[in-house]
Write a protein that binds this ligand. Structure first.
Ligand SMILES: [Zn+2]
Length: 871
């Protein structure tokens, strides 16, 4: 016996093995008709098996033993008056089949019942070939294919009745136009059905892609696209293709007309959306199940009057809480006698100026911010110093930042504070002795150094490289020293050497050897500036003056010098010494960890951000119609109604300062029982009556029940990688076996529940618990093993094909062959005169199978009961 994972691996699409019969689906439009006349292999198999299952044919798939939940209670709301007798009939006939169906249900799960057809494979668990950057398409198709309501709508071709409706209403007279209009839906349906019947072959997705390109020019070519953009486009197409409402020729028709209503104080109605739809206007399937409304309210801070705007949505774009800081490592170079190097981890603000970093470094090192020089160091040597005016975003996470502490020589107030002289050097036996010379008190460091020229000392940042220019390779620790500008080359060279002796293999060699290195001044010029050994006062070089003047606001003035050694001299004196190794403080690890932790949030926090009240910026001030004055109104978004299928988009792509980046925040979203109650506008009783729930009969008259707010996750579209391109995959829960599968183009794998939440989760698909069809294994009401009042649509698909053969054989005696197949175009061509009531019902409801969920079951039950009579 295979483990489930093995089964999936076997099912991972192998185009050759599944190349059974793509011909049938090439003309998905006429599938139904074809299936009646020339049954394909699939249907033949079904029929053969049906013949061998004695009890199968007896079972009315509609009449499960526990079909009362939901159906009977709400049927009165969903069925129109002229359908009442059918409801009665239906209930009357039910008793006959109860026992049989309960016998059946004890026989196993939906999967078991489909096993005669699919063997150990699970229907719907099949990958899609990538036809060149089509992963965005594949991921979205998998998510939609696992949207129970939609899969049934497409799989059983219920959408065809919507196309028919257009024709019957006389909206579209041209039959060809009907089929042309439905092309995207037809292809999507063919693809979804092929996935569920395990008959998918790559040409199907090629055809789907070409139809998508035909109607969505933006999707032409082989570029990567945003899966969300594609999803919304596709839903809009399906809406347009089967929109039963007349005069809907543009995409704006999908909106339930937004309306602005002036309200008084918040608790006083009217605050509901104005429903401008004509009475009797029908919503498309997409509107019916995917669309709901949000309210944006603008409150005047002066008069507290509120204006509400209602807009429809197919998807809620949730902002992710932004981290306010990021971890940055900075190497502190303390100017203590025993030179210390320590890398510390800091939580620096995402936005702000460098002075913030200077302050943080100073606090970390317990020194004054005035003593801190911030520089960036490349492997080739010093790169740049930072002034307080620089933006923090100019430091990338990977930049190597050093903070040098300058010796505290001055104190404000006049008197010199002699703190002893500390060479900023790694501890060394060769460290030169204390310096006797004291600088005059008062004044700031930089002006002292700049103005007093030869008599003052300047701060020098030194680093050593082997080789020069861009080929230079830094070695040994960088350090800070302070020297008189009047030094000769020899004096300066000796001073530098004295700070390096401790690193040398043999310091004696350095004592007697002329000019040992070149000294390059960093900054101030695009071309390299070197100090000259011939210069009597090399530190008075104009390049040094330029470098000093370039030091921006904040921190001591300084000059960065790179000591360039020839490779063989360096080897001889220093051996293979490389860059210094700096010890990490505990804070490095702590900050990394804390930022990882901060890097996650709950879905609730995202909703809180979404519904957070915000004040308009002064530039966006709006004229309050009551005060007649510009006011910085308070804006608040809230959900007014909820859809059956709730699509949540996590806004991972963001602009932060100058940079556009992807947030890899881990969002903890519930897999089951997401309670949307807190995020929906609280309505008083009066508001409830004034604010209709569109569509009106979606909720009981008393308003939504608590369970109307509960949602279960069934699919996740993931985005992997960075801003450009990246890759899409999908996690979907299968409605046959209730297992989660990972769909990565053509490969499919089982995925455990605990691995469903990743930092790549991009679009979340939830279905309202009350709206989950009972045939689905996702339905928590019935579970995956019990029979339900309505079988999985795949079983019904098989049942229909069987019925189809019965009907075609006995059409002369069957007056109801037409309503038998509401999704068939045949239906409207030959309306039955004998079955007037049924016809009425058919045109009123069968054409709109999706009047609502409960309505669907009612229709199907009636339909199937009729078939029983035929048999
Ligand atoms: Zn006002």
């Amino acid at each position: 016996m295979d483990t489930p994972r093995d089964k999936v691996k076997k099912q991972a699409i192998k185009s050759k093995s599944t190349k059974r019969k793509d011909k049938k689906y090439k003309s998905g439009k006429v599938f139904r008709r074809k299936s009646l006349k020339s049954l394909g292999n699939f249907m033949n198999r079904i029929l053969k098996t049906l013949g061998t299952l004695a009890h199968f044919g007896d079972v009315d798939p509609v009449d499960g033993e526990d079909d009362d939940g939901g159906f009977r209670d709400s049927a009165g709301c969903t069925l129109s008056a002229n359908s009442g007798n059918f409801k009665e009939d239906f209930h009357g006939a039910r008793g006959n089949t109860l026992k049989k169906s309960s016998t059946l249900s004890s026989h196993g799960s939906v999967k078991d019942r489909l096993s005669w057809c699919y063997g150990d494979k699970t229907p719907g668990v099949l990958g899609l070939k990538n036809h060149g950057n089509t992963c965005f398409m594949n991921a979205v198709v998998q998510c939609l294919s696992n949207t129970d309501l939609l899969a049934e709508y497409l799989g059983l071709e219920q959408y065809k009745s919507d196309l028919c409706q257009r024709r019957v209403n006389g909206i579209v007279k041209n039959e060809e136009l009907v089929s042309v209009r439905g092309e995207v839906t037809e292809q999507l349906a063919a693809l979804v059905r092929a996935l569920w019947t395990l008959e998918y072959t790559p040409p199907l997705s090629v055809e789907f892609k070409s139809i998508v390109s035909k109607y969505g020019t933006q999707f032409r070519g082989n570029s990567q696209h945003d899966a969300l953009e594609f999803l919304l486009w596709l839903l809009d197409r399906v809406h347009e293709d089967a929109n039963p409402t007349p005069n809907n020729n543009n995409s704006s028709s999908k909106t339930k007309a937004p309306a602005v209503v002036q309200a008084g104080a918040e608790t006083i109605a009217p605050a509901g959306p104005v429903n401008t739809q004509q009475p009797g206007t029908r919503y498309s399937f997409v509107q019916e199940h995917f669309q709901a409304q949000y309210r944006s309210s603008l409150t005047c801070p002066h008069c507290l009057k509120q204006s509400n705007t209602f807009d429809p949505f197919l998807c809620i774009s949730l902002p992710l809480p932004l981290r306010q800081t990021r971890p940055l490592n900075v190497t502190l170079v303390f100017s203590t006698k025993g030179q210390r190097y320590l890398r510390v981890g800091l939580a620096v603000p995402l936005l702000g100026s460098m002075s913030a970093l200077r302050t943080m470094v100073a606090e970390e090192g317990k020194i004054s911010p005035d003593q801190v020089i911030l520089t960036e160091i490349y492997p080739t040597g010093f790169q740049r110093s930072f002034s307080d005016d620089d933006d923090l975003t100019s430091i990338a996470d990977s930049d190597v930042i050093y903070a040098f502490q300058t010796p505290p020589l001055y104190s404000k107030g006049g008197s010199a504070r002699f703190s002893g002289y500390h060479h900023s050097l790694p501890s060394s036996p060769y460290t030169s002795g204390p310096e006797g010379h004291r600088l005059p008190p008062s004044g700031t460091l930089s002006s002292e150094f700049l103005n007093q020229g030869g008599t003052s000392k300047i701060q020098l940042l030194i680093c050593n490289t082997a080789g020069s220019g861009q080929q230079a390779v830094r070695f040994g620790p960088p350090f800070l020293m302070r020297e008189e500008r009047t030094l000769s080359w020899d004096q300066f060279q000796q001073s530098i050497l004295s700070k390096l002796y401790y690193l040398m293999l043999n310091s004696a060699q350095a004592q007697n050897g002329g000019v040992l290195f070149k000294i390059r001044v960093v900054g101030g010029s695009t071309s390299y500036s070197y100090l000259s050994p011939q210069d009597s006062r090399p530190l008075c070089h104009p390049a040094v003056d330029r470098a000093l003047k370039l030091c921006g606001r904040g921190g001591p003035a300084h000059v960065k010098l790179i000591i360039e050694w020839e490779h063989k001299v360096k080897e001889c004196l220093f051996g293979n010494i490389q860059e210094e190794v700096v010890k990490d403080a505990e804070s490095v690890r702590v900050q990394q960890q804390q930022h990882l932790q901060q890097h996650s949030c709950t879905l609730d926090e995202c909703f809180q951000l979404y519904t957070k009240e915000e004040q308009l910026a002064p530039d966006d001030a709006w004229k309050c119609p009551h005060c007649k004055q510009l006011q910085q109104g308070m804006v608040k978004m809230s959900l007014w109604t909820l859809p059956d299928i709730l699509i949540l988009h996590l806004k991972r792509f963001r602009q932060v300062g100058e940079r556009r980046n992807k947030l890899s925040t881990l969002v903890h979203f519930p897999l089951a029982g997401l309670d949307m109650g807190p995020h929906v506008v609280k309505r008083s009783q009066s508001m409830r009556s004034l604010g209709p729930w569109p569509p009106a009969c979606k909720h009981p008259p008393d308003g939504p029940l608590p369970q109307d707010f509960l949602y279960d996750l069934y699919a996740v579209c993931n985005h992997h990688g960075g801003m450009h391109g990246g890759h899409y995959t999908a996690y979907c829960r299968n409605s046959v076996d209730g297992q989660w599968y990972s769909y990565d183009d053509s490969s499919v794998d089982l995925v455990p529940d605990e691995e469903l939440r990743t930092r790549g989760a991009y679009i979340l698909f939830y279905q309202r618990r009350n709206a989950i069809p009972p045939w689905s294994a996702n339905s928590s009401v019935r579970g995956s093993t019990s029979s339900s009042m309505s079988d999985h649509w795949l079983i019904r698909l098989a049942g229909e094909s069987k019925r189809g053969s019965v009907v075609s054989r006995s059409s002369t005696t069957c007056p109801s062959s037409i309503p038998d197949s509401p999704e068939s175009p045949v239906f409207h061509e030959e309306p039955s005169k004998d079955e007037r009531g049924l016809s009425l019902l058919s045109s009123a409801m069968l054409n709109r199978v999706s009047i609502n969920l409960l309505g669907i079951w009612a229709i199907i039950s009636i339909k199937n009961r009729k078939i029983k009579v035929i048999q």
